[in-house]
Design a protein around this ligand. Structure first.
Ligand code: ADP
Ligand code: MG
Length: 368
């Protein structure tokens, strides 16, 4: 009981201490992402689940949980949120006290030992950098800071110039990281490197929250982090089971592109250019950057990946596929055993065969 209010107060307190820019970013994020990504379609529950939403890890997180013992379920959900809050303190690059900020400050001077959580996320990030041949790269930090899409949008500024982009790009590349597997240390081989785990930290946190829920009596449920989600166990028959119904939003429209029908224990991650962006002279500049060019990736406007067995990888895969675009991204993720739906820059909707089988009421195009 005590935990819930304290946690919310703590979150507010922490956000209040941030500078105006972050407040602006958060505000725009609220406006921009509250109803984006994928969204659980109200299935007309006949049995009320326990449900809570909190702003943590830079997004709204909603946990919906079903279980026999209501008090136990509530306790589990509180505990899961406490874990997410703890992880936010590890990964939050905009908090100078976070473990990641301290690593970014020190790792160009010496090899820095990192916690198990940060190690896993960085090591997974580097693995996917290799697998994606550089499309996914956690060292995009200098580019993310240069583009500062929400800040530029709020200030009405133009995109950065080519020379600035080229200068930031010189600091990007996971080959500039030295990871010591035995000692769990990270060192930057060049000054100016900045790690940003925004592309996979939520997915990692999803797994930690799910472990807590499942070890504390939650039989089935749903964790939504707006752009990364996990269904847990089978949906209770009394709540409209056996399948979970999740809407994939139309990146250019008000409604859904399709509804996903999923069994329990499935990861769903979405990356879109409609999540965080600004427009300047009619051109949209968004938050998913191509680490090979330094500019927002243009090969897709929205990507949803389904499946896999790891939250961090699922989250990173949607970002990687977005950067690779159509058709390479779709082929790449299919070869790793995941299903995918991709809307390309001309508004055409593409999907894997396995994805087709999970979709209901699919629109084949949307307005570019
Ligand atoms: P969301 O932030 O909505 O979950 P994504 O999962 O696609 O969306 O992650 C986008 C975030 O990942 C960006 O805000 C940035 O922090 C980081 N990022 C941007 N481009 C890349 C990239 N090419 N590789 C890895 N991370 C990226
Ligand atoms: Mg992602």
């Amino acid at each position: 009981m005590e935990g819930r209010e304290d946690l919310e107060r703590e979150t507010l307190g922490r956000r209040n201490r941030r500078d105006t820019l972050i407040v602006t970013v958060v505000f725009l994020a609220l406006v921009g992402t509250a109803f984006l990504g994928v969204k659980l379609i109200n299935p007309g529950y006949s049995r009320e689940p326990y449900q809570r939403t909190m702003f943590v890890l830079e997004d709204y997180v909603t946990i919906t949980a079903y279980g026999k013992d209501q008090a136990r379920v509530e306790g589990a959900v509180d505990e899961a949120f406490r874990e997410l809050q703890r992880l936010d303190n590890v990964f939050d690059r905009y908090d100078p006290e976070s473990e990641l900020s301290r690593l970014n400050d020190a790792a160009a001077r010496e090899a820095v030992p990192v916690s198990e959580d940060l190690w896993k996320v960085i090591a997974t990030g580097v693995e996917i950098y290799r697998e994606s041949e550089g499309a996914f790269d956690i060292t995009v930090g200098p580019l993310v800071d240069l583009w500062d899409v929400l800040g530029r949008g709020a200030r009405g500024e133009p995109p950065p110039g080519d020379a600035e982009v080229a200068a930031a790009l010189k600091l990007v590349g996971s080959d500039k990281l030295e990871l010591d597997e035995a000692a769990h240390t990270v060192r930057f081989l060049q000054p100016g490197v900045v790690i940003d785990v925004g592309g996979l930290a939520k997915g990692y946190a999803l797994d930690r929250a799910a472990e807590i829920l499942q070890s504390r009596g939650v039989r089935s449920g749903y964790i939504s982090m707006i752009s990364t989600d996990l269904t847990l166990g089978e949906k209770p028959g009394s709540a409209g089971g056996p399948l979970w119904r999740i809407g994939i939003l139309d990146p250019r429209g008000e409604d859904y592109l399709a509804t996903l029908l999923l069994p329990g224990e499935t990861y769903v991650s979405t990356s879109g250019d409609y999540q965080r962006f600004f427009e300047y002279q009619g051109v949209r500049y968004h938050h998913i950057l191509d680490p090979r060019t330094g500019y927002p990736a243009r090969g897709a406007v929205s990507v949803t990946v389904v499946g896999g067995d790891d939250g961090a990888r699922s989250d990173a895969f949607s970002t990687a596929v977005f950067v690779m675009g159509y058709p390479q991204g779709l082929e790449w993720v299919k070869s790793r055993g995941l299903e995918c739906l991709l809307v390309d820059a001309s508004g055409e909707v593409h999907y894997t065969e396995g994805m087709r089988a999970l979709l209901e009421g699919i629109k084949e195009t949307t307005t570019p």
